[in-house]
Design a protein around this ligand. Structure first.
Ligand code: ADP
Ligand code: BMX
Ligand code: ZN
Length: 291
């Protein structure tokens, strides 16, 4: 059984084949359409899946946004062109002729990382710091999705009541401070127009403004982790996403966390599946649900 796994993010669309031994092959990646109207996303998806024709027996998708019964709605329209009630599952089933399961990207990644850690932990929380900030919560070995599939949208808990407006319409969300987009949006003067990847590179070279933007992000994620520890008593945190996995980022979060009272301490790991956590999680979830 081969699963065509697809990860739809605010910056990139990734796809790969995952076999029954959970080996990944034929990984491809294209940019997320800048204005992801339904037609643009559908076109990009058609392009992405064409490579895999005849190679898979099912499709498993990890996607940014609230994924309720196969239907995608952007919580933060800045991240995905304001898609509202987009029939993702039905669209991909039509494009491929295969059965398809769809899950939020961070929920999927949480499932993959939990499966990897399950001998050690039953309570695992995944945080992606990427275009946005997303989350997936596993409690007692079960993935928490919630009655409206909204569970885990921890990027939209408040970090600063006086902070910037978030694309979701709420003030001072973690995502508005810590995400790749927020890091880029905070850049001024000589850093204006730079993206998060460029800002991280400049921080490594000693640029003070870049270092402050990265530290501000890490600080918001540290406080989010402390809140999650108090709320869930989670046994570990797994960090993913291109910002979360960037060199030195986890260490900064850990250093900040170590300054808080001990009750808030929790081990923080980098995603075992690195940038493939969403792909692997979607595939493992479809296997678990036996789609
Ligand atoms: P997606 O959100 O589509 O899943 P990513 O996890 O790659 O994609 O996150 C995209 C964000 O990560 C962008 O803001 C991008 O600038 C930033 N980014 C990409 N590579 C790096 C890097 N090496 N270091 C820091 N930030 C990065
Ligand atoms: C946003 C939200 C979440 C998603 C998170 C990370 C949208 C479109 N997405 O908070 O559903 O899990 O971003 O997404 O509202 P990524 O694109 O950064 O991977
Ligand atoms: Zn928000």
């Amino acid at each position: 059984m081969n699963t065509l796994a697809i990860d739809i993010g605010g910056t990139k669309l990734a796809a790969a084949l995952i076999n029954s031994q959970h080996e990944i092959s034929l990984r491809t990646e294209i940019p997320t359409p800048a204005h992801a109207e339904p037609q643009a996303l559908e076109q990009a998806m058609a392009h992405l899946v064409a490579v895999y024709e005849g190679k898979a027996q099912r499709v498993a998708i990890a996607s940014t946004g609230i994924i309720d019964n196969g239907i995608l709605t952007a919580l933060n329209p800045d991240n995905l062109g304001g898609l509202n009630q987009f029939p993702l599952q039905a669209t991909v089933e039509r494009l491929t002729g295969l059965p398809c399961v769809v899950l939020n990207d961070a929920q999927a990644a949480a499932w993959a990382e939990y499966c990897h850690l399950s001998a050690q932990f039953k309570h695992v929380t995944f945080i992606t710091v990427s275009t946005g900030v997303g989350g997936g919560i596993v409690i007692n070995g079960e993935l928490l999705t919630g009655p409206h599939a909204f569970a885990g949208h921890i990027g939209h808990t408040q970090a600063d009541p006086n902070g910037p407006m978030c694309g979701c319409g709420r003030v001072g969300c973690v995502e508005a401070i810590a995400s790749g987009r927020a890091i880029a949006a905070g850049a001024q003067h000589d850093l204006l127009g730079k993206n998060a990847r460029e800002i991280f590179a400049l921080a490594q070279e000693g640029n003070e403004q870049a270092q402050q933007l990265v530290a501000r992000s890490a600080q918001a994620i540290c406080q989010l982790i402390a809140n999650l520890k108090a709320l869930l008593d989670t046994e570990c945190i797994v960090l993913g996403g291109s910002v979360g996995l960037a060199q030195g980022y986890r260490l900064q979060v850990e250093k900040q966390l170590a300054t808080l009272p001990v009750a808030f301490h929790v081990p923080v790991y980098s995603a075992h599946y690195l940038h493939d956590a969403g792909l692997m999680g979607a595939a493992l979830w479809s296997e678990y649900r036996a789609v």
